[in-house]
Design a protein. Sequence first.
Length: 369
Amino acid sequence: MKPVAPRRIKFRHLLLAVVIAIGAFLLLMPTRVQPVAWTPAAAPSLQTGPYAENQKLKAVQRVGAPDIDGPEALLLEDGWLISGLHDGRVIRTTLDGSSLQVLANTGGRPLGLARHPDGRLIIADAIKGLLALDAKGQLNTLATSANGLPLGFTDDVAVDAAGRYAYFSDASSRWGYGQDGEAVIEHGGDGRLLRYDFQSGRTEQLLDGLEFANGIALGPQEAYVLVNETGAYRISRYWLSGAKAGTHDLFIDNLPGLPDNLSFNGRERFWVALYAPRNALLDGTAPYPLVRKMLVRAMSVLPKPVEKRAFVIGLDPQGQVIANLQDASAGDYAPITTVREYGDALYFGSLTASHMARLPLDSALSKSP
């Protein structure tokens, strides 16, 4: 028998050592993530049906100031776009981008914006909590806890027409800003829908057990409030008036992607920004906590398995899909994390982009592919 060359033996030993090291890393590296088993429904098709892929968002136009970092929240007022940036600044910029003004710096990460009838800008800051910015540029903290539990990841906010309440989301009480991936994979149900009372200064918990509570929108006649559950691919509804007041149900389930922010045009349409399409690996490993814990460890050194695709859907007040806007081409404006309808256009913001964008409303609502 021909003896095995010493060099080949060394290579085999090295390969075995590498395999053992990788296995030990995936099985034993400490992590706070404690995945909860669940079984999502089969993801809707992106080839046919209401979510069939298209390139409608390929026509978006850059709008507002260029070279800004992560314009997530978005309001359009008197020709100015208002947004919150990664560095904590709340800015406003002209549509043509020729002027940019800094309204405040929260020192955190402003993710949601709403205008109070008295003129204050209400800010959902992932790090600092629920804030208010007055006309003099003074920042005041409204809420940092609810039900005895500190806010972990304040995400989005909507204010009612009377200015009595601010409805806002705490995405996770266990995970903070920048740890959304861990929160979604853990699926621990530690998100909350909250309500701040401007008269009493108190914050109450309306819903808990949510899977990464995200976008917030009040519905027609403010009869209910919607909250996106990013980690469960659904939108939940909490009834504020009528026979169902104080109860909750599902507005739409089994979405084709991870819902981020949510808005209502005040009449007949909701708009939902989908951060990314569903991922077969994440869905397939959902029932297996150990495998998902290994996935978390792998993602600490490897890129996250997230497809870069611009994705927005429109819904009517019955939760039916009335618009499907996508673009997965090179250079797409993605991820879209905020969408709002103003006048004859849709405006888009992004957690990671360097500008905001716009699309004519007639293009968005067109039935052509």
